[in-house]
Design a protein around this ligand. Structure first.
Ligand code: SAM
Length: 280
């Protein structure tokens, strides 16, 4: 875990995805309320949280179980808000509050301590996605980009369902097969990491079985993977140096390189797919 934290904590991208992918996922949802409550589960260093804050008039609770990633997210938001001071919330063991206001173009976000004045906020919550301290029907949107695999897609969509208001939305990205048949080498590589990799068709069935109506789905483009992997590659030398070229660090990097090689060879067979669904 320490190596994972060290490798990723200063990175913008902790997995394949982009601002445009997050925006596209949001574009399929229509909300009835002016101010929304949103959970961003497995927020990492907050890349997509920033986009959610820019795009939605929402109170966002960004959740991760790694404090180091939340600290990086906090730094990101404090730069965004041009502040270095966060309020502490009483209810959470580790949580910070940043109230922000969009300017007319949605470009600059400003900090304010007066919560009443502004309807946008981001709270960072240190919690495990397997035991979230949320109430039933609390959220208009549960969002999770490249992270639901940590609990498993089936368990995640089932357990998070109760936190969503009726007619509220679930938007998750999940690695999925794009074709009916795949090369054995590819299946072996991804299945050894994550048993639940499956076809889009089967993921849609699972959503339906758990009480969701499908709104849309789309595979993220190859450019979102390439951007992520180019950031990974840029990080390799400094990571190895920091970790004195230890065997564990080299093994970690070999695994990254193997994943990139698999991607270059087989990317037409799989991708992260965004699934946008509505709670019935
Ligand atoms: N959504 C971010 C992004 O796309 O940049 C992060 C994606 S990263 C691949 C997966 C994230 O899930 C990491 O930040 C990791 O710390 C978090 N995570 C893994 N297991 C978790 C758990 N059980 N509870 C909460 N967060 C978890």
């Amino acid at each position: 875990m320490e190596l994972i934290i060290d490798f990723y904590k200063n990175m913008d991208y902790l997995g394949p995805g982009s601002i445009d992918d997050t925006k596209k996922a949001l574009s399929f949802m229509e909300f009835n309320f002016e101010t929304l409550k949103v959970a961003d589960i497995g927020c990492g260093t907050g890349r997509q949280t920033e986009t959610l804050a820019n795009e939605l008039n929402a109170e966002i609770i960004a959740v991760d179980f790694l404090k180091e990633f939340l600290e990086s997210a906090k730094d990101r938001f404090s730069k965004l808000c041009k502040i270095d001071d966060f309020e502490l919330l009483e209810n959470f063991r580790f949580s910070k509050l940043c109230d922000i206001e969009d300017d007319s173009m949605g470009a600059n976000l400003r900090f304010s301590k007066s919560r009443k004045k502004y309807s946008k906020s981001i709270k960072l919550l240190h919690a495990n996605m397997e035991s979230l301290p949320f109430k039933d029907n609390e959220f208009d949107l549960i969002f999770s980009e490249g992270a639901i695999y940590n609990i498993g897609f089936k368990k995640g969509i089932r357990e998070w369902n109760r936190f969503i208001k009726p007619n509220g939305f679930l938007a998750v990205s999940e690695i999925s097969w794009l074709t009916e048949k795949r090369p054995k080498e590819l299946e072996k590589f991804w299945k050894s990491d994550y048993e639940e990799v499956d076809t889009i068709e089967n993921k849609l069935l699972q959503l339906e079985n758990e009480g969701y109506k499908l709104i849309a789905y789309f595979p993220i483009p190859i450019s979102s993977w390439e951007n992520y992997y180019s950031n990974v590659q840029k990080n390799i030398d400094s990571f190895l140096k920091r970790n004195s070229y230890s065997d564990d660090a080299k093994e970690f990097i070999n695994k990254c390189k193997e994943e990139i090689a698999i991607f270059k060879k087989y990317n037409k067979f799989y991708s992260y797919v965004f699934y946008i669904a509505q709670k019935i």
